[in-house]
Ligand binder design. Structure first.
Ligand code: ADE
Length: 244
């Protein structure tokens, strides 16, 4: 996969992308991450990328001429021209399903906004998709792009040590993920659940699924609504929730 990132703060990406899974994926040739400083395409002496909003109001708006020039020039660097994704709080909210959808693409072009946002013509005529990482406003799209890239890279085959990891992790089944334990078997008087040390894989899988269901019911009950529980799971859950 090829990822092109357009930003006025390319240095912000160096730390997060130089560690761990993303770094390994880049080094292993699974993904190339190409940072482009939007300012390079500013034409005036001061390298201006923003301007006052028409109609007044607070903040500045990213100039369409600079953002178009930067993006169109970056698009020329590889044959695939879609998707061009704007990171903006007004985008569709990022989910596991969208991450999986993006991980299947050969190329992603991500544009990070700053200031009050982009000139509307960037939304209308340049972007093919707009993504938000949550219902809150960041100072810019950079941190959102980092989160998106990290989540997507995990789903590129070979990026994780074990392919099972993305299958079993939170949200893959529409559920939050069960608690994990490691040694010691007892810590400050808190024991590891018996079943996990039993060596019975069938029982462990069953226990994990029930724990996933319980955690989801407690924290994110709206996620359970779209899920089919067996009668046995439903009864067990009702019992647990009744006991709270
Ligand atoms: N830019 C500013 N806030 C954002 C958000 N929540 N998601 C994506 N991009 C953003």
């Amino acid at each position: 996969m090829r990822i092109d990132l357009l930003t006025i703060f390319p240095d912000m990406f160096r730390g997060p992308f130089d560690e761990s899974i993303v770094k390994r994926a880049v080094e292993g040739g699974l993904v190339s991450i190409n940072l482009h400083d939007i300012r390079r395409w500013a034409e005036d002496r001061h390298k201006t990328v923003d301007d006052y909003p028409y109609g007044g109001g607070p903040g500045m708006v990213m100039k369409p001429d600079v953002v178009f020039a930067a993006t169109e020039s970056v698009l020329e660097l590889a044959p695939q021209r879609e998707p061009v994704i704007l990171l903006t709080p007004a985008g569709r909210r990022l989910t596991h399903e969208i991450v999986v959808e993006l991980a299947a693409k050969e190329r992603l072009v991500l544009i990070c906004g700053r200031y009050e946002g982009f000139d509307a013509r960037v939304h209308e005529h340049l972007a093919t998709d707009e993504i938000s990482i949550g219902d809150f406003v960041l100072s810019g799209g950079e941190l959102a792009a980092m989160a998106l890239v990290d989540a997507v890279v995990r789903h590129i085959p070979g990026a994780l040590g074990s392919p099972q990891s993305t299958v079993e992790e939170s949200f893959a089944e529409g559920l939050l993920e069960a608690p994990h334990y490691t040694r010691p078997p007892e810590f400050r008087g808190w024991p590891v659940p018996e079943v996990l040390v039993s060596g019975n894989h069938g029982e462990v899988a069953k226990w994990r699924r029930l724990q996933n269901i319980l955690l989801t019911a407690r924290r994110r009950p709206e996620l359970l609504a779209s899920l089919e529980l067996t009668a046995e799971e439903g009864e067990w859950l009702a019992l647990q929730l009744g006991e709270q």
